[in-house]
Design a protein around this ligand. Structure first.
Ligand SMILES: C[S@@+](CC[C@H](N)C(=O)[O-])C[C@H]1O[C@@H](n2cnc3c(N)ncnc32)[C@H](O)[C@@H]1O
Length: 234
């Protein structure tokens, strides 16, 4: 299962306080404190930062190990270990977010449609949906394998490699722990924004699409940021 081992080291690898602030600023610009569900909350850095800003947070992730990391930061938040493609057991929220490379784990176009439908149904009228995706440029960037190696404080060495093929991004992690080698293979999909716009249309009005937080529209960069409002009729 992905994130079983990565969860322990996730913050050491990717935690970035400036980036967390940028995510929170982006959300605050479009929706002030409200009830929010964060899908694929991971280790809860953004969840926790939004809670500190007055948002009433609920958070869901498919990995219990990631939820354990998030819970350790703020046990007062409601956490659910569940697949974000099924929100049927949850109530409605003023906003739903799926942030920081999480949407990319929806591997099948049908999963995307199901997810949009679920988000729509769990937003209150005029509710806002925030999500980001890989930019198309990432496919070109990772057509040459990217590698990072390092060592964590507990002595575990790691290797992290990323490579793209067609519209897929493969991320491979190797952890050389004291108990031996543990590997995780992650698969992510890159969706064309033209297709995403069409797929969003029955459920949402698109308020804005930015590239890398502050470049309006689709332009060269790493991530596209979508802000959508729930449509009242499908
Ligand atoms: C790159 S991490 C991002 C975590 C967090 N949003 C952040 O800002 O750091 C992706 C997360 O998506 C979760 N995830 C992947 N597929 C999921 C699914 N179908 N339902 C819920 N969570 C999922 C993983 O467990 C992981 O915690």
């Amino acid at each position: 299962m992905i994130y079983n081992t990565l969860a322990t080291y996730y913050d050491d690898l990717v935690k970035d306080e400036q980036a967390t602030k940028a995510w929170v600023d982006w959300i605050e610009k479009h929706k002030s404190a409200c009830s929010m569900l964060e899908c694929a909350c991971g280790s809860g850095e953004i969840t926790h930062a939004l809670a500190k800003k007055g948002y009433t947070m609920s958070a869901l992730d498919i990995s219990q190990q990631m939820i354990d990391q998030a819970k350790a930061k703020d046990p007062t938040i409601s956490y659910y270990c569940h697949d974000m493609k099924d929100l049927s057991f949850l109530k409605q929220y003023d906003a739903i977010a799926c942030l920081c490379d999480s949407f990319n784990y929806l591997l099948d176009p049908e999963d995307v449609t199901t997810f949009f439908q679920q988000v729509h149904d769990h937003l209150r009228p005029n509710g806002i949906f925030f999500f980001d995706t890989h930019a198309l440029d990432r496919l070109e960037e990772f057509s040459q394998e990217w590698n990072e190696t390092g060592e964590f404080q507990d002595g575990t060495k790691y290797q992290w490699s990323i490579e793209s093929e067609d519209d897929w991004i493969y991320q491979d992690f190797a952890f050389y722990t004291k108990d031996g080698l543990i590997q995780e293979h992650h698969l992510q999909r890159v969706y064309d924004p033209k297709w995403l716009k069409q797929t969003l249309a029955p459920y949402f009005e698109i308020e804005s699409i930015d590239t890398d937080f502050d470049h309006p529209g689709i332009c060269p960069g790493e991530k596209y940021f979508y802000v959508c409002t729930r449509k009242e009729t499908k």
